[in-house]
Design a protein around this ligand. Structure first.
Ligand code: BGP
Length: 469
């Protein structure tokens, strides 16, 4: 089977992870610019100050993407480049930079797929309470409107937020992302609610403009499966999916929160405060969402435990949920299983889990349009005779594209696939040690770019619309 002609083959990045130039041309500071200064937070103390200097090399990078045949490029806008203090004046240089990126993509026929919020919050807003402060909802709506106004004539695909569970979970439960707060479930749920409300308001505002594009949000997709058929562990998987899937998709797609999670929050006395206006926004926005983006890296294998609620701060190596950690409420724990394969960072490699997860999602939410907005292998790529031989990445993406094909055949409405990442970039907590790209960046040689084996392979996949998989 070939992928349909309107299926987009893409690749993704995020502003903080590639741009550098953190205080250039009027950009304001962000929560991440500040957070990485705290000793021990990132591998070898890496920061985004230079990252891979995409700010100055975007033409070279987009040219390489075009040569690879990329049909669509997912990138994010740094809020603080556009509105340096989060709420005040617009920085024309910031608008100009993203206009240049968009125009450069269009020059090659690459469809720009824009994320408005990929975790870098203007520092002033973070200092003012960040996502716990309701004012951030209005600030986001204002920022989103500036983006729609400035770029919406050429950008027809907008993602409001990237992975709420990660920036809120790591921000308020694990303390591994800004604002670095540990084990505060009440704050975590309140912050997620503010994000969903901000999303809903932005969706409504976008649709009012009649720019005739599509809008949705991306979530990290970690479907939970029980390690066996015991009643206890099946309960653990159900519970994990309620908290990690339904809590994040129900308010977006149904306009209401899952009863199961709400009832649990009530027993703990930590339900988020929801105003009548929030509720109304969620209800109005729900049917207006055009798609959901899924970032799939791995599923979760879970077993039931009975512990007092607490979260262990994850190590950098398993920061995004590799096995070993109890859930914040002490109800289940993620488990590494002998018969599964894992990456060097302990993330399970499971194309089958991808297909089953997509089927589960279809059961919950029907035919909603889906883009796979991230999927890829973090590795230390081998260099042999000067060539980057990232064969494990080729195998990984191959198997996951085959899984997408299977899911489509099973009736799941997947319209595009974005590999993470287009080019090697800064991993939030793992520095440059962990690579994901089709394009290698040589940090010992002035950040020179080089095509990897996977670059030529993906080029072929796109050229043949996946018929060689
Ligand atoms: C996702 C993020 C990306 C990227 C990716 C890989 O959660 O949206 O920005 O970082 O994970 O994560 P890591 O760099 O931790 O391996």
């Amino acid at each position: 089977m070939k992928f349909a002609h309107d299926f987009l083959f893409g690749a993704a990045t995020a502003s903080y992870q590639i741009e550098g130039a953190t205080d250039v041309d009027g950009k304001g500071p962000t929560n991440w610019d500040e957070f990485v200064k705290i000793p021990g937070k990132t591998f070898e103390g890496t920061t985004g100050e230079v990252a891979i200097d995409h700010y100055h090399r975007y033409k070279e990078d987009i040219k390489l993407m075009a040569e690879m045949g990329l049909e669509s490029y997912r990138f994010s806008i740094s809020w603080a480049r556009i509105i340096p203090d989060g709420v005040g004046a617009i920085n024309p240089k910031g608008i100009e930079f993203y206009n240049n990126i968009i125009d450069e993509c269009l020059k090659y026929g690459i469809v720009p797929f824009v994320t408005l919020y990929h975790w870098d919050l203007p520092l002033c807003l973070e200092k003012d309470g960040g996502w716990l402060n309701r004012k951030t909802i209005d600030a986001f709506l204002n920022y989103a409107n500036v983006c729609f106004e400035s770029f919406g004539d050429r950008v027809k695909h907008f993602i409001t937020f990237n992975e709420t569970v990660i920036f809120c979970g790591h921000g308020y439960l694990a303390g591994a992302h800004p604002p670095g707060i540990h084990n505060a479930p009440e704050k975590y749920f309140q912050a997620t609610h503010h994000v969903f409300t901000a999303h809903a308001k932005a969706v409504i505002a976008y649709k009012k403009r009649k720019q005739y594009g599509e809008i949705g949000l991306s979530h990290v997709f970690t479907p939970a499966f029980s390690i066996d058929n015991s009643e206890d562990n099946l309960f653990a998987a159900m519970h994990a999916n309620q908290f990690n899937l339904n809590w994040f998709y129900d308010p977006i797609l149904k306009g209401e929160y899952p009863d199961y999670v709400m009832a649990w929050l009530e027993t703990q006395g930590i339900q988020p405060k929801i105003t009548a206006d929030d509720r109304e926004s969620l209800i109005i926005a729900a049917p207006l969402n055009d798609f959901i983006g899924l970032n799939y890296y791995q599923p979760m294998r879970v077993e039931r435990i009975h512990m007092p609620g607490d979260v262990v701060e994850p190590t950098r190596e398993n920061a995004t949920g590799a096995p070993g950690n109890p859930s914040f409420d002490g109800v289940y724990r993620t488990v590494a299983m002998d018969d599964k394969r894992y990456t060097k960072w302990g993330w399970e490699i499971s194309p089958d889990g991808f297909v089953s997860g997509l089927q589960l999602l279809k059961e919950y939410y029907g035919d909603i349009r889906i883009y796979i907005t991230e999927n890829g292998l973090g590795d230390e790529d081998p260099i042999i005779d000067g060539e980057v031989c990232d064969i494990p990445r080729i195998n990984f993406i191959n198997d996951h594209l085959v899984a997408v094909k299977k899911a489509i055949e099973l009736g799941v409405n997947v319209k595009g696939y974005y590999a993470w990442s287009a080019i090697d970039l800064l991993s939030w907590l793992n520095g440059f040690k962990k690579q994901y790209g089709f394009i290698y960046v040589d940090h010992d040689n002035g950040l020179a770019r080089k095509k990897k084996a996977s670059y030529y392979w993906y080029q072929k996949v796109i050229e043949t619309r996946g018929s060689n998989l």
